[in-house]
Design a protein. Sequence first.
Lengths: 410, 410
Amino acid sequence: MRLLITNIALLCNAEGPASLISRRSGAEMSVMPCMPDAWLLAENGIIHSFGSMAGLPEVHADVVIDGTGRLVLPAWVDSHTHLVFAAPRDGEFVDRIKGLSYEEIARRGGGILNSARRLNAMDESELYDQSLARLDAVMATGTGAIEIKSGYGLCLEGELKMLRVIRRLKENAAIPIKSSFLAAHAYPVEYKENKEGYLNLIIDKMLPQVAGEGLADYMDVFCEEGFFGVPETERLLEAGAKYGLRPKIHANQLYHSGGVQVGVRQNAVSVDHLECVGDAEVAALTGSSTMPTLLPGAAFFLGMHYQPARKIIDAGLPVCLATDYNPGSCPSGNVPLLLTLACTQLKMSPEEAINAVTINGAAALELEKELGTIKVGKRANLILTKPLASPSLAYLPYDYGNNNIERLIC
Amino acid sequence: MRLLITNIALLCNAEGPASLISRRSGAEMSVMPCMPDAWLLAENGIIHSFGSMAGLPEVHADVVIDGTGRLVLPAWVDSHTHLVFAAPRDGEFVDRIKGLSYEEIARRGGGILNSARRLNAMDESELYDQSLARLDAVMATGTGAIEIKSGYGLCLEGELKMLRVIRRLKENAAIPIKSSFLAAHAYPVEYKENKEGYLNLIIDKMLPQVAGEGLADYMDVFCEEGFFGVPETERLLEAGAKYGLRPKIHANQLYHSGGVQVGVRQNAVSVDHLECVGDAEVAALTGSSTMPTLLPGAAFFLGMHYQPARKIIDAGLPVCLATDYNPGSCPSGNVPLLLTLACTQLKMSPEEAINAVTINGAAALELEKELGTIKVGKRANLILTKPLASPSLAYLPYDYGNNNIERLIC
C-alpha cells in the first residue's frame, strides 16, 4: 500500500546534526524546520520519501490525498496515561472544588482506592470495551503511540486483569502501545497497617507472574510522601530490574520527595509529573539518560502550580509532555489541549511543546528509532490537520478547544 | 412541528421561588434540580411541556428522540464574544510566550490594531463566510444564543461592515444574536495624538449611523488604563444612551480602573472581564441590576490571574460566564471548556457554572424571558448530550477536552 500526500506543509523535526536524532534537549527543543509546500510518500506504513512539491517525482500510489492548506506532522506519542479504568470520578471533582485536597480525598478512601474498587468489580471484557473507546477517542485527536499503566487493581487478580486488557489493546490497536506495571500506585485498604506485606506481595507474587506472562514493559511506582517513599521505591525498582523491567516512575508531584533522584539512580526511562523541581533535581537529571516528563493537565485540573518547564529546558535538559489521562487528576487525553497548557501556562514555545510530545515522547517510550520525527524509514504515524486559518504550527496550541486534526494516519 | 425527547435526565433550573426567575445570585446559583427520567415536548421551537417518564401522556409528535443515557439542558448563552474577525493572531501568541505582555503587544501596533488592519482589508462577504463558520462551530458545542461585538473596524466604514455582518448573521442563524457597538475598543493609529478627535468621531458620526440603521443592541467601551478612561467611558455611554443603547462594557481586566463603578452608574446590562475586583467593586454591584460577567478563557490564555468568582458569589451577587471568543486573548468559543476553567480555576461548582452560562447569560443579554431555563413557554434551545459515562451534570466540566454535546436543538 502506497499513500501519497501532496501540497502539505510538512514539519521536519528530524533535520539537523546527529545529536538531534534521539531526543531534543535545551535549545534543540526550539528547532522545528517546516517544508512549506511538500509531499510525502508512505509505503506499507513506513515513510518512504518526502520532499518539496517543486521536485515531486513520478510515483505510483494507491491512495493520493490532496493536503492543500493542511499541516502534516509526526503523530503525538503520549508516554504517560492510565487510560484503562472502570469509571469516572466526577464526584471527587466536586469535592475538590468545595475545598478538599487530592491527599484528603485519598485518605478518605477516594482517589486511587475508589478507582480500584470500581475496577475490581468490573469484568475484563467491559473494561476492554470502555478502554478501546477511549483509545479511539485519543487517536482521533492525533495520538499515534501511547503508554498505559496498571495500578487500579492493587491486588494480583486486578493488576493482571488491567495488564491483560492492555495486552489485548496492543494486539488490536493500529498504534504502538507500551504497558507499565504500577501495583505500587497506592497501598490497598487491607494493607494499610501492613505496608511491608503489600511490598512483599508485589515483589514476590505479582512481579513473577507479570514478568512471566510478559505483561509489562516498564516498572512504575508512585514515589511520593504518603504513598511510596524513596527506600520502598528503590526496593521495588530493584526487584523489577531483576525481571528486566526498566523504571518509569511518578515523581515529585506533591513534594520534593527524592523521586527524581531515585529514578535517575535506577536508570529510569523517565521520571514523570515534576511539579516540584529545584536545583537538586535538575542536577540529578543533568548527564543522565532519564527523561523529565511533565504532566500539566493534572496540575491544571487539580488547580495546583505548574511544572517549571523553563527551568528544566534552560538548564539544557530535555522535556517530554504527556497527558496523564486518568479518571482522578486528569480526565482528558487530548494532546492539542495539552499543547495549549504547555504554551500558555508553562511558557513553552509551540516548537518546544511539539518536540516534547513527539520525539521526546517517543524517547520516553524507547520508540525514538521508529517514531517521533518525519524521517525516511520511520513508521508513518502521521497527523493530517484540517485546513488551518493560519498555516503555522503555532496555530495548533493557539486555536484551543477546537479539534484541528482531520485524521491520524497509521 | 412537535419534537418529543424521552428517557432523558432533564436539568430544571427554573424551579424554586419567584426570586429565581430572572437571574441567579449568591446561593441561588448552586440550585439546579434534575429530573432523572424525564420527557420534554417542544412545539414549533417552544417548550410545550415536560415531566417524568412515569407520567408520559399520550402525545402526537413529528419527531421522537430516545435520549437514553443523555442529559438535556438549556443551551449556553454566550453573552460576550468578538466572533466576527478577519484573521487569527497566532504570531502574537508566540510573542507573549516569549515574554511580551498584552499591553506591550498593543503598544507595538499589535493586538486590536492588528485585527483592525486585517478586518479593514477584508471584504464583507468573506468576513461573513468566516464568521458563519465560527458560529456553526460554537453551536456544535452547545451555544444557543450569542452576543457579538464590533470593535475591529475603528473607523466608520469598518465598524459598519462588522455590524452589517452581525446583522446578516442575525437574519440567517437559527439562534438569537445580539450585537454591541464597540468602536471604543482602542484608539486607531491616526488618532493616537488626537483622542478627542476619535471620541467625537464615535459620538458624532458613527453612533448616529449605527443607531439609524438599527445595527446595535448595546453600547460597549473598553474601559481600562491605556485604553478608555472613566471620563471618556462615561461620555461615550451617555452618548449611546441618547440613542437608546444600554451599556455593556469591558471593565477591570488589567487594573482597578473604575470601570465597574461607571458601568453600574450608567445602568449597564453587564460589566465584563473583572480580573480586578475588590470590595469597592462588589459594593458598587450590590443592589444594582448590572450583571458581573467573568471571562476566564482570556485569563487562562493570557496566563493572568483569574477572576475572583467566589468573592462575588459569596457576596450574594450573580455571576455570568462568557467565552470572550476573539483572536487575541481567547481564540476559543468552546463553552464546555469554559465550564472546566470555571470549576477548576475559579472554584465554581458545576451548578454555579452552568447557571452562569445559561440563565445568567440570558439575563446579560436581556433574554431571560425566552431563554436560559427549562420552562414551559420559553424557546426550546436545548442541548442534548451524548450518552455520558456518568449521568451527572458535573460530568460536563469534568470530562474536559472531549465534546459531549450530541446536538444543539433550536
